[in-house]
Design a protein around this ligand. Structure first.
Ligand code: PLP
Length: 420
Protein backbone atom coordinates (compact mmCIF):
# COMPACT_ATOMS: atom_id res chain seq x y z
CA UNK A 1 0.00 0.00 0.00
CA UNK A 2 2.90 2.33 0.56
CA UNK A 3 3.45 2.37 -3.18
CA UNK A 4 -0.03 3.73 -3.75
CA UNK A 5 0.66 7.01 -1.95
CA UNK A 6 -2.89 7.10 -0.69
CA UNK A 7 -2.05 8.95 2.47
CA UNK A 8 -2.38 12.52 1.24
CA UNK A 9 -5.65 11.80 -0.51
CA UNK A 10 -7.40 10.19 2.38
CA UNK A 11 -6.51 11.84 5.61
CA UNK A 12 -9.81 12.71 7.19
CA UNK A 13 -10.19 16.35 7.96
CA UNK A 14 -11.91 18.42 10.54
CA UNK A 15 -13.21 16.66 13.70
CA UNK A 16 -15.33 19.20 15.52
CA UNK A 17 -16.67 17.18 18.47
CA UNK A 18 -15.74 18.10 22.01
CA UNK A 19 -17.17 15.23 23.99
CA UNK A 20 -16.07 11.64 23.52
CA UNK A 21 -17.43 8.95 25.77
CA UNK A 22 -15.60 5.96 27.22
CA UNK A 23 -12.36 5.58 25.33
CA UNK A 24 -11.32 1.98 25.51
CA UNK A 25 -7.70 0.86 25.73
CA UNK A 26 -8.60 -2.66 24.62
CA UNK A 27 -11.32 -4.41 22.68
CA UNK A 28 -12.56 -4.24 19.14
CA UNK A 29 -9.65 -2.98 17.05
CA UNK A 30 -11.65 -1.07 14.47
CA UNK A 31 -13.69 0.92 16.93
CA UNK A 32 -10.55 1.52 19.00
CA UNK A 33 -9.16 2.93 15.82
CA UNK A 34 -12.17 5.23 15.43
CA UNK A 35 -11.86 6.36 19.02
CA UNK A 36 -8.17 7.07 18.55
CA UNK A 37 -8.90 8.99 15.36
CA UNK A 38 -11.43 11.15 17.16
CA UNK A 39 -9.17 11.64 20.17
CA UNK A 40 -6.14 12.52 18.06
CA UNK A 41 -7.95 14.83 15.69
CA UNK A 42 -10.31 16.85 17.84
CA UNK A 43 -11.35 18.80 14.75
CA UNK A 44 -12.39 15.72 12.73
CA UNK A 45 -15.42 16.19 10.51
CA UNK A 46 -18.46 14.11 11.28
CA UNK A 47 -19.63 11.99 9.54
CA UNK A 48 -16.62 9.98 8.39
CA UNK A 49 -15.95 6.46 7.17
CA UNK A 50 -13.17 4.03 7.90
CA UNK A 51 -12.02 1.71 5.16
CA UNK A 52 -10.32 -1.37 6.55
CA UNK A 53 -7.83 -2.50 3.92
CA UNK A 54 -7.16 -5.67 5.89
CA UNK A 55 -10.77 -6.72 5.23
CA UNK A 56 -10.33 -6.09 1.49
CA UNK A 57 -7.13 -8.16 1.40
CA UNK A 58 -8.77 -10.99 3.36
CA UNK A 59 -11.72 -11.03 0.96
CA UNK A 60 -9.48 -11.17 -2.09
CA UNK A 61 -7.61 -14.07 -0.53
CA UNK A 62 -10.89 -15.84 0.17
CA UNK A 63 -12.05 -15.26 -3.42
CA UNK A 64 -8.81 -16.63 -4.81
CA UNK A 65 -9.03 -19.70 -2.58
CA UNK A 66 -12.69 -20.52 -3.19
CA UNK A 67 -13.03 -19.43 -6.82
CA UNK A 68 -9.50 -19.97 -8.14
CA UNK A 69 -10.57 -20.07 -11.79
CA UNK A 70 -12.74 -16.94 -11.68
CA UNK A 71 -10.96 -13.63 -12.30
CA UNK A 72 -12.59 -10.81 -10.27
CA UNK A 73 -13.51 -7.54 -12.04
CA UNK A 74 -14.53 -5.21 -9.18
CA UNK A 75 -17.84 -3.44 -10.02
CA UNK A 76 -16.84 0.18 -9.49
CA UNK A 77 -20.45 1.41 -9.25
CA UNK A 78 -20.78 -0.24 -5.85
CA UNK A 79 -18.23 2.09 -4.28
CA UNK A 80 -15.74 4.10 -6.34
CA UNK A 81 -13.75 5.22 -3.26
CA UNK A 82 -10.28 6.00 -4.53
CA UNK A 83 -8.48 4.14 -1.76
CA UNK A 84 -10.58 1.03 -2.34
CA UNK A 85 -10.09 0.95 -6.10
CA UNK A 86 -6.42 1.86 -5.64
CA UNK A 87 -5.91 -1.02 -3.24
CA UNK A 88 -7.74 -3.47 -5.49
CA UNK A 89 -5.70 -2.27 -8.48
CA UNK A 90 -2.47 -2.77 -6.55
CA UNK A 91 -3.63 -6.24 -5.52
CA UNK A 92 -4.12 -7.16 -9.17
CA UNK A 93 -7.89 -7.27 -9.59
CA UNK A 94 -9.53 -6.09 -12.78
CA UNK A 95 -12.54 -3.78 -13.06
CA UNK A 96 -16.14 -3.68 -14.26
CA UNK A 97 -16.88 -0.10 -15.33
CA UNK A 98 -20.34 1.00 -16.43
CA UNK A 99 -19.61 4.57 -17.51
CA UNK A 100 -16.96 6.80 -19.04
CA UNK A 101 -16.26 8.40 -15.64
CA UNK A 102 -15.65 5.00 -14.04
CA UNK A 103 -13.23 4.05 -16.82
CA UNK A 104 -11.42 7.36 -16.38
CA UNK A 105 -11.10 6.74 -12.62
CA UNK A 106 -9.59 3.29 -13.16
CA UNK A 107 -7.23 4.35 -15.95
CA UNK A 108 -6.02 7.25 -13.79
CA UNK A 109 -4.68 4.65 -11.34
CA UNK A 110 -2.38 3.34 -14.05
CA UNK A 111 -4.45 0.20 -14.65
CA UNK A 112 -4.09 -1.02 -18.23
CA UNK A 113 -7.30 -1.00 -20.31
CA UNK A 114 -7.19 -4.76 -20.82
CA UNK A 115 -8.09 -5.06 -17.11
CA UNK A 116 -11.41 -3.28 -17.74
CA UNK A 117 -14.73 -4.60 -19.01
CA UNK A 118 -17.28 -1.97 -20.04
CA UNK A 119 -20.13 -3.97 -18.51
CA UNK A 120 -23.12 -1.87 -19.49
CA UNK A 121 -25.48 -3.27 -22.15
CA UNK A 122 -26.62 0.23 -23.16
CA UNK A 123 -23.91 2.84 -23.79
CA UNK A 124 -24.17 6.19 -25.55
CA UNK A 125 -22.28 6.51 -28.83
CA UNK A 126 -19.83 9.09 -27.52
CA UNK A 127 -18.92 6.86 -24.60
CA UNK A 128 -18.35 3.85 -26.88
CA UNK A 129 -16.08 6.07 -28.98
CA UNK A 130 -14.23 7.02 -25.79
CA UNK A 131 -13.76 3.32 -24.93
CA UNK A 132 -12.31 2.77 -28.41
CA UNK A 133 -9.89 5.67 -27.95
CA UNK A 134 -8.53 4.42 -24.63
CA UNK A 135 -8.39 0.74 -25.63
CA UNK A 136 -11.21 -0.74 -23.54
CA UNK A 137 -12.14 -3.54 -25.89
CA UNK A 138 -14.75 -5.73 -24.18
CA UNK A 139 -18.39 -4.86 -23.56
CA UNK A 140 -21.79 -6.48 -23.09
CA UNK A 141 -24.98 -6.15 -25.17
CA UNK A 142 -28.55 -7.41 -25.20
CA UNK A 143 -30.21 -5.57 -28.11
CA UNK A 144 -29.83 -5.14 -31.87
CA UNK A 145 -29.53 -1.36 -31.54
CA UNK A 146 -26.48 -1.77 -29.34
CA UNK A 147 -24.85 -3.95 -32.02
CA UNK A 148 -25.35 -1.16 -34.55
CA UNK A 149 -23.83 1.46 -32.23
CA UNK A 150 -20.80 -0.72 -31.48
CA UNK A 151 -20.30 -1.55 -35.18
CA UNK A 152 -20.27 2.17 -35.94
CA UNK A 153 -18.21 3.45 -32.98
CA UNK A 154 -15.92 0.59 -31.91
CA UNK A 155 -15.92 -2.24 -34.48
CA UNK A 156 -12.98 -4.10 -32.90
CA UNK A 157 -14.70 -4.36 -29.51
CA UNK A 158 -15.37 -7.90 -28.28
CA UNK A 159 -18.93 -8.57 -27.16
CA UNK A 160 -20.43 -10.69 -24.40
CA UNK A 161 -24.14 -11.39 -24.83
CA UNK A 162 -25.88 -10.53 -21.57
CA UNK A 163 -28.66 -13.03 -20.88
CA UNK A 164 -31.42 -12.93 -18.32
CA UNK A 165 -30.90 -15.75 -15.78
CA UNK A 166 -33.67 -18.34 -16.04
CA UNK A 167 -34.79 -18.09 -12.43
CA UNK A 168 -35.10 -15.17 -10.03
CA UNK A 169 -32.58 -15.45 -7.22
CA UNK A 170 -34.74 -13.49 -4.75
CA UNK A 171 -32.01 -10.84 -4.50
CA UNK A 172 -32.86 -7.45 -2.95
CA UNK A 173 -32.11 -5.72 -6.24
CA UNK A 174 -33.26 -7.60 -9.31
CA UNK A 175 -31.58 -6.56 -12.57
CA UNK A 176 -33.54 -8.90 -14.86
CA UNK A 177 -36.36 -6.44 -15.52
CA UNK A 178 -33.97 -4.10 -17.25
CA UNK A 179 -31.20 -6.24 -18.73
CA UNK A 180 -30.59 -9.60 -20.30
CA UNK A 181 -31.66 -11.27 -23.54
CA UNK A 182 -34.54 -13.75 -23.33
CA UNK A 183 -33.85 -17.28 -24.64
CA UNK A 184 -35.98 -16.69 -27.76
CA UNK A 185 -33.99 -13.53 -28.58
CA UNK A 186 -30.56 -15.19 -28.39
CA UNK A 187 -30.18 -16.65 -31.94
CA UNK A 188 -31.08 -13.36 -33.64
CA UNK A 189 -28.84 -11.28 -31.35
CA UNK A 190 -25.91 -13.60 -32.08
CA UNK A 191 -26.56 -13.61 -35.83
CA UNK A 192 -26.92 -9.84 -36.05
CA UNK A 193 -23.62 -9.24 -34.26
CA UNK A 194 -21.85 -11.87 -36.37
CA UNK A 195 -23.26 -10.40 -39.59
CA UNK A 196 -22.04 -6.96 -38.48
CA UNK A 197 -18.51 -8.36 -38.36
CA UNK A 198 -18.31 -8.17 -34.56
CA UNK A 199 -16.71 -10.84 -32.39
CA UNK A 200 -19.08 -12.29 -29.81
CA UNK A 201 -16.62 -14.00 -27.49
CA UNK A 202 -18.88 -15.04 -24.62
CA UNK A 203 -21.88 -14.67 -22.36
CA UNK A 204 -22.60 -12.64 -19.23
CA UNK A 205 -25.41 -12.62 -16.66
CA UNK A 206 -26.20 -11.16 -13.23
CA UNK A 207 -28.38 -13.06 -10.74
CA UNK A 208 -29.29 -9.87 -8.83
CA UNK A 209 -27.56 -7.92 -6.08
CA UNK A 210 -27.82 -8.63 -2.37
CA UNK A 211 -28.90 -11.78 -0.64
CA UNK A 212 -29.88 -13.80 -3.68
CA UNK A 213 -30.10 -17.60 -3.67
CA UNK A 214 -26.69 -19.00 -4.73
CA UNK A 215 -28.56 -21.85 -6.48
CA UNK A 216 -29.39 -19.31 -9.19
CA UNK A 217 -25.82 -19.49 -10.52
CA UNK A 218 -26.38 -23.10 -11.55
CA UNK A 219 -29.30 -22.36 -13.86
CA UNK A 220 -27.61 -19.25 -15.25
CA UNK A 221 -24.37 -21.11 -16.06
CA UNK A 222 -26.32 -23.85 -17.79
CA UNK A 223 -28.26 -21.22 -19.80
CA UNK A 224 -24.95 -19.59 -20.75
CA UNK A 225 -23.68 -22.93 -22.03
CA UNK A 226 -26.78 -23.20 -24.26
CA UNK A 227 -25.81 -19.84 -25.81
CA UNK A 228 -22.28 -21.16 -26.48
CA UNK A 229 -23.90 -24.13 -28.26
CA UNK A 230 -26.27 -21.95 -30.31
CA UNK A 231 -23.32 -19.83 -31.46
CA UNK A 232 -21.52 -22.98 -32.62
CA UNK A 233 -24.63 -24.16 -34.48
CA UNK A 234 -24.79 -20.77 -36.19
CA UNK A 235 -21.24 -21.32 -37.44
CA UNK A 236 -19.75 -18.56 -35.29
CA UNK A 237 -16.21 -18.79 -33.87
CA UNK A 238 -16.11 -20.76 -30.61
CA UNK A 239 -16.92 -18.62 -27.57
CA UNK A 240 -14.48 -18.66 -24.67
CA UNK A 241 -15.61 -16.14 -22.02
CA UNK A 242 -18.13 -16.77 -19.24
CA UNK A 243 -18.95 -13.70 -17.12
CA UNK A 244 -20.85 -14.76 -14.00
CA UNK A 245 -21.58 -11.16 -12.91
CA UNK A 246 -22.13 -10.16 -9.28
CA UNK A 247 -24.58 -11.28 -6.61
CA UNK A 248 -21.89 -12.17 -4.06
CA UNK A 249 -21.90 -11.32 -0.37
CA UNK A 250 -18.94 -11.87 1.91
CA UNK A 251 -20.57 -14.05 4.59
CA UNK A 252 -20.88 -17.83 4.70
CA UNK A 253 -23.20 -17.68 1.65
CA UNK A 254 -20.07 -16.97 -0.38
CA UNK A 255 -18.75 -20.47 0.28
CA UNK A 256 -22.07 -21.96 -0.86
CA UNK A 257 -22.09 -19.79 -3.99
CA UNK A 258 -18.49 -20.75 -4.79
CA UNK A 259 -19.30 -24.45 -4.47
CA UNK A 260 -22.36 -24.07 -6.72
CA UNK A 261 -20.39 -22.11 -9.32
CA UNK A 262 -17.40 -24.48 -9.43
CA UNK A 263 -19.70 -27.50 -9.75
CA UNK A 264 -21.92 -25.85 -12.39
CA UNK A 265 -18.94 -24.80 -14.54
CA UNK A 266 -17.56 -28.32 -14.33
CA UNK A 267 -20.94 -29.83 -15.17
CA UNK A 268 -21.75 -27.52 -18.11
CA UNK A 269 -18.31 -26.91 -19.61
CA UNK A 270 -16.21 -29.87 -18.43
CA UNK A 271 -12.69 -29.53 -19.81
CA UNK A 272 -13.65 -26.94 -22.46
CA UNK A 273 -11.16 -24.09 -22.63
CA UNK A 274 -12.83 -21.20 -20.84
CA UNK A 275 -12.01 -17.80 -19.33
CA UNK A 276 -14.31 -17.18 -16.37
CA UNK A 277 -14.71 -13.72 -14.90
CA UNK A 278 -16.93 -12.31 -12.13
CA UNK A 279 -18.05 -8.76 -11.32
CA UNK A 280 -18.19 -8.58 -7.51
CA UNK A 281 -19.02 -5.17 -6.07
CA UNK A 282 -20.82 -5.70 -2.77
CA UNK A 283 -18.50 -8.61 -1.91
CA UNK A 284 -15.48 -6.32 -1.59
CA UNK A 285 -17.09 -3.06 -0.48
CA UNK A 286 -19.86 -3.82 1.99
CA UNK A 287 -18.04 -5.00 5.11
CA UNK A 288 -14.87 -2.99 4.46
CA UNK A 289 -16.44 0.37 5.44
CA UNK A 290 -17.67 1.54 8.84
CA UNK A 291 -19.51 4.83 9.26
CA UNK A 292 -19.09 7.10 12.28
CA UNK A 293 -21.71 9.82 12.82
CA UNK A 294 -22.35 12.23 15.62
CA UNK A 295 -25.57 12.79 17.55
CA UNK A 296 -26.47 16.42 16.84
CA UNK A 297 -29.90 16.61 18.45
CA UNK A 298 -32.12 14.90 20.98
CA UNK A 299 -35.77 14.96 22.03
CA UNK A 300 -37.37 12.98 24.89
CA UNK A 301 -41.03 12.04 24.55
CA UNK A 302 -41.95 9.96 27.59
CA UNK A 303 -40.12 6.66 27.21
CA UNK A 304 -39.26 7.35 23.56
CA UNK A 305 -35.87 8.81 22.69
CA UNK A 306 -35.45 10.67 19.41
CA UNK A 307 -32.01 11.53 18.05
CA UNK A 308 -30.75 13.47 15.05
CA UNK A 309 -27.43 12.42 13.53
CA UNK A 310 -25.40 14.28 10.92
CA UNK A 311 -25.73 11.66 8.16
CA UNK A 312 -28.92 10.16 6.79
CA UNK A 313 -30.80 8.67 3.89
CA UNK A 314 -29.80 11.47 1.53
CA UNK A 315 -26.16 10.81 2.50
CA UNK A 316 -24.15 7.69 3.29
CA UNK A 317 -27.26 5.92 4.62
CA UNK A 318 -28.97 6.13 1.21
CA UNK A 319 -28.48 2.36 1.01
CA UNK A 320 -31.62 2.13 3.18
CA UNK A 321 -33.62 3.47 0.22
CA UNK A 322 -31.83 2.28 -2.92
CA UNK A 323 -30.26 -0.93 -1.64
CA UNK A 324 -33.12 -1.93 0.69
CA UNK A 325 -30.48 -2.27 3.41
CA UNK A 326 -31.30 -2.91 7.04
CA UNK A 327 -28.69 -0.99 8.99
CA UNK A 328 -27.53 -1.44 12.56
CA UNK A 329 -25.64 0.89 14.84
CA UNK A 330 -24.05 1.07 18.25
CA UNK A 331 -22.87 3.93 20.40
CA UNK A 332 -19.11 4.16 19.91
CA UNK A 333 -18.70 3.87 23.65
CA UNK A 334 -20.21 0.35 23.56
CA UNK A 335 -18.49 -1.07 20.52
CA UNK A 336 -15.09 -1.52 22.07
CA UNK A 337 -16.14 -2.32 25.57
CA UNK A 338 -19.62 -3.81 25.91
CA UNK A 339 -18.87 -4.44 29.59
CA UNK A 340 -18.56 -0.69 30.06
CA UNK A 341 -21.12 0.23 32.76
CA UNK A 342 -22.63 2.76 30.34
CA UNK A 343 -23.59 -0.12 28.07
CA UNK A 344 -23.97 -3.00 30.52
CA UNK A 345 -26.09 -1.35 33.17
CA UNK A 346 -27.78 1.33 31.15
CA UNK A 347 -31.45 1.02 30.55
CA UNK A 348 -32.18 0.90 26.84
CA UNK A 349 -34.92 2.96 25.24
CA UNK A 350 -36.95 2.52 22.14
CA UNK A 351 -35.27 5.11 19.94
CA UNK A 352 -35.76 6.82 16.61
CA UNK A 353 -32.70 7.99 14.71
CA UNK A 354 -33.31 10.78 12.18
CA UNK A 355 -30.97 12.08 9.49
CA UNK A 356 -30.13 15.80 9.40
CA UNK A 357 -32.31 17.01 6.48
CA UNK A 358 -35.73 18.60 6.88
CA UNK A 359 -37.50 15.70 5.16
CA UNK A 360 -39.27 13.35 7.58
CA UNK A 361 -38.51 10.53 5.16
CA UNK A 362 -34.96 11.04 6.36
CA UNK A 363 -35.39 8.50 9.16
CA UNK A 364 -32.62 5.98 9.65
CA UNK A 365 -33.97 3.72 12.41
CA UNK A 366 -37.26 3.44 14.29
CA UNK A 367 -38.08 1.50 17.42
CA UNK A 368 -34.38 0.72 17.85
CA UNK A 369 -33.01 -0.14 21.30
CA UNK A 370 -30.25 2.20 22.44
CA UNK A 371 -28.91 3.33 25.79
CA UNK A 372 -29.57 6.96 26.61
CA UNK A 373 -27.37 9.09 24.34
CA UNK A 374 -26.34 12.71 24.62
CA UNK A 375 -25.68 15.32 21.95
CA UNK A 376 -22.12 14.87 20.61
CA UNK A 377 -22.01 11.12 21.30
CA UNK A 378 -20.93 9.05 18.30
CA UNK A 379 -22.89 6.25 16.63
CA UNK A 380 -21.06 3.62 14.58
CA UNK A 381 -22.69 1.81 11.64
CA UNK A 382 -20.85 -1.32 10.38
CA UNK A 383 -21.07 -2.73 6.82
CA UNK A 384 -21.57 0.63 5.16
CA UNK A 385 -19.61 0.19 1.92
CA UNK A 386 -22.12 -1.05 -0.66
CA UNK A 387 -24.20 1.47 -2.63
CA UNK A 388 -23.71 4.14 0.05
CA UNK A 389 -21.40 7.00 -0.92
CA UNK A 390 -21.73 6.00 -4.60
CA UNK A 391 -25.32 7.26 -4.66
CA UNK A 392 -25.50 9.89 -1.91
CA UNK A 393 -26.60 13.48 -2.46
CA UNK A 394 -25.97 16.91 -1.00
CA UNK A 395 -29.66 17.53 -0.37
CA UNK A 396 -30.30 20.36 2.05
CA UNK A 397 -26.58 21.19 2.00
CA UNK A 398 -25.56 18.32 4.26
CA UNK A 399 -22.42 16.40 3.47
CA UNK A 400 -22.01 12.64 3.71
CA UNK A 401 -18.85 10.71 4.53
CA UNK A 402 -17.92 10.63 0.83
CA UNK A 403 -14.98 13.01 1.16
CA UNK A 404 -13.92 11.93 4.60
CA UNK A 405 -12.43 8.46 4.73
CA UNK A 406 -9.78 7.12 7.09
CA UNK A 407 -7.77 4.11 6.12
CA UNK A 408 -7.18 1.35 8.62
CA UNK A 409 -5.38 -1.91 8.20
CA UNK A 410 -6.46 -4.77 10.41
CA UNK A 411 -4.28 -7.79 10.18
CA UNK A 412 -6.36 -10.87 10.99
CA UNK A 413 -3.24 -12.48 12.51
CA UNK A 414 -2.42 -9.63 14.90
CA UNK A 415 -5.38 -7.53 16.04
CA UNK A 416 -3.33 -4.41 15.64
CA UNK A 417 -4.30 -1.48 13.46
CA UNK A 418 -2.34 1.11 11.65
CA UNK A 419 -3.69 4.51 10.83
CA UNK A 420 -2.58 5.84 7.45
N1 PLP B 1 -22.11 -6.18 -12.66
C1 PLP B 1 -23.18 -5.51 -13.14
C2 PLP B 1 -23.40 -5.48 -14.62
C3 PLP B 1 -24.07 -4.86 -12.26
O1 PLP B 1 -25.13 -4.20 -12.75
C4 PLP B 1 -23.81 -4.91 -10.87
C5 PLP B 1 -24.72 -4.28 -9.91
O2 PLP B 1 -25.71 -3.69 -10.22
C6 PLP B 1 -22.66 -5.58 -10.42
C7 PLP B 1 -21.84 -6.23 -11.33
C8 PLP B 1 -22.31 -5.67 -8.96
O3 PLP B 1 -23.11 -6.62 -8.38
P1 PLP B 1 -23.18 -6.81 -6.80
O4 PLP B 1 -23.83 -5.58 -6.24
O5 PLP B 1 -24.06 -8.01 -6.65
O6 PLP B 1 -21.84 -7.02 -6.30
Amino acid sequence: FQALSLKPVFSASGIKGKRVTALSPQGNALTDFIQTAIAEKPDIDSPFSVLDLGVVMGLLEKWTTKLPTVRPFYAVKCNPNLALIGALAALGTSFDCASKAEIEAILSLGVSPDRIIYANPCISESHIEYAATVGVNVTTYDSKDEVEKIRKCHPTCELLLRIRPPQESGARTSLGLKYGALPEEVPELLSVAHAAGLKVTGVSFHIGSGGGDPQAYKGAISAAKSVFDIASLLGMPRMRVLDIGGGFTSGPEFDVAAMQINAAIQCSFGKEELVVIGEPGRYFAETAFTLATKVIGKRVRGELREYWIDDGIYGTLINIVFDYATVTCMPLACTSKPENPFCRDSKTYSSTVFGPTCDSLDTVLTNYKLPELQVNDWLVFPNMGAYTTSSCTNFNGFSSSVNSTFLAYSNPMTPEQTMF
